[in-house]
Design a protein. Structure first.
Ligand SMILES: Cc1cc2nc3c(=O)[nH]c(=O)nc-3n(C[C@H](O)[C@H](O)[C@H](O)COP(=O)(O)O)c2cc1C
Ligand code: SF4
Length: 419
């Protein structure tokens, strides 16, 4: 079996609106267990598990947990990042809509281990169904004594508030998210300090993704060492993949790290329909690299993906068949990020306007050799100098195609009329 259902094992089995269903399927059992453990032991188990964040950057989870635990502040926050605004990603929505208590349980355990007393779940505004389900689940958890004061007679107090965004992609970036919860417009902050030192309302804050928190009860149940046996040496556990584009069976699939892209596309996704040829695949979402067919034997693994300047933790795979024009795809991506740029820094604000102009020249076969040089250097400058991850990662798709699909650029250059 290619799929390994660990986080998605209750999908379809439990009614997401019923906390009783969740409890009957081992729900909140691991919170009870964690409340009997030393706080440092919980963080040790997370370290042994080698869990890395599932929101995109793949940062080791125990380091942030330990960072928060060490802070002496009376007030500390836990934030669950459910903004999921990147085109091609929809796995957090599946987790929230099918099994909302799992990520809530992970938050409560994390709060107990780190000494946090207040949590926020920040869900993108378009996710109406997920918002209603999660609000209902939080209320139920409070009614049953899993949230609020003196949780399960442990003397530990923690509560969760659900906040919704207005649909700006950049607000998924952790600093912009903090600003948004504080009631300001969603723009990043200059760092350091990092959130675990100075986060929400200036207090130490732990921010993790929905899927990351879902892994915490699993680690408490099995122990970190056993958990680390799933997946590969550098990427442990399972990954929820959002598979979309030209495949017969698009959807969310949970696989152990280490399976190949080809197996996910061909076996789980059923391959490309209508006997068309696969032309290219975009990894991670709109900000990820676009790779050709011959690279599909690559394993899904953080370290392997990072070789392609890609942080692919969010796990989108977008398949495109041979009908697609590379430059139409790139133009859509550049337009999207230009629209979503918050305007705070020059490389991203001005760079997207110029990228769009240059990509259009290639699309309309009006480009010159100088355009190719300008496109390449501009994309690299934006990647290296933008203030936050939006501007740093938006040119990655373009940069990858300058390597893998360079012939297509050359085919569109007008040599005779060069500038
Ligand atoms: C532009 C931008 C958008 C992001 N959007 C999300 C998002 O929607 N969800 C998410 O979990 N992380 C998102 N991130 C990553 C967060 O900044 C942060 O790294 C993450 O929430 C940390 O959680 P993790 O360690 O569990 O992955 C985004 C980053 C950038 C730069
Ligand atoms: S990179 Fe873009 S989104 Fe990020 S701060 Fe700069 S202008 Fe804003």
């Amino acid at each position: 079996m290619l799929e390994k259902k660990v986080l998605s094992k209750r999908f379809g089995l439990v009614n997401p609106l019923s906390i009783k269903d969740y409890i009957e399927h081992d729900g909140y059992k691991n919170l009870r267990k964690a409340l009997q453990m030393e706080k440092i032991t919980i963080i040790d188990e997370v370290e042994k598990s080698k869990l890395r964040g599932r929101g995109g950057a793949g940062f080791p989870v125990h380091i942030k947990m330990m960072g928060l635990a060490k802070e002496a502040s009376e007030v500390k926050y836990i934030i669950n990042n459910a903004d999921e605004g990147e085109p091609g990603n929809f796995k957090d929505r599946a987790l929230l809509e099918n099994d909302p208590h799992q990520t809530i349980e992970g938050m409560i355990i994390s709060a107990y281990a780190t000494g946090a007393s207040k949590g926020y779940i920040y869900i993108r505004g378009e996710y109406n169904r997920a918002i209603s389900i999660v609000k209902w689940a939080v209320d139920q958890a409070r009614d049953m004594g899993f949230l609020g004061e003196n949780i399960l007679d442990s003397g530990f107090d923690f509560d969760i508030e659900v906040r919704t965004g207005a649909g700006a992609y950049v607000v998924g970036e952790e600093f912009a998210l903090l600003e948004s919860i504080e009631g300001k417009s969603g723009r990043t902050r200059v760092k350091p300090p990092f959130p675990t030192e100075k986060g929400l309302f200036g207090k130490p804050t732990l921010i993790n993704n929905v899927e990351t928190f879902c892994n915490i009860p699993v680690i408490i149940e099995s122990g970190g060492k056993a958990y680390a046996k799933i997946g590969t040496a550098s990427s442990t556990g399972t990954k929820l993949i959002s598979l979309s584009g030209n495949v017969k069976n698009p959807g969310v699939y949970e696989v152990p790290f280490g399976v190949t892209l080809r197996d996910v596309i061909d076996i789980l996704g059923g391959g490309v329909p209508e006997s068309r040829k696969l032309k290219m695949v975009q990894l991670g979402g709109a900000c990820g690299p676009i790779i050709p067919e011959f690279m599909l034997d690559m394993k899904i693994d953080y370290d392997r993906f990072e070789e392609f300047e890609s942080k692919t933790g969010a796990g989108a795979i977008i398949v495109m068949d041979d009908r697609h024009n590379l430059f139409e795809i790139l133009l859509r991506i550049v337009e999207f990020f230009g629209h979503e740029s918050c305007g705070k820094c020059t490389p991203c604000r001005e760079g997207h306007v110029q990228l769009e102009r240059l990509v259009k020249r290639f699309l309309h076969k009006e480009s010159t050799p100088k355009d190719l040089l300008s496109l390449e250097s501009l994309a690299r400058v934006m990647h290296q100098t933008s203030l936050c991850g939006l501007g740093q990662s938006s040119p990655i798709s373009l940069i990858s195609t300058l390597g893998y699909f360079r012939d297509e650029y050359h085919d569109r250059i007008e040599f005779s009329g060069g500038e």
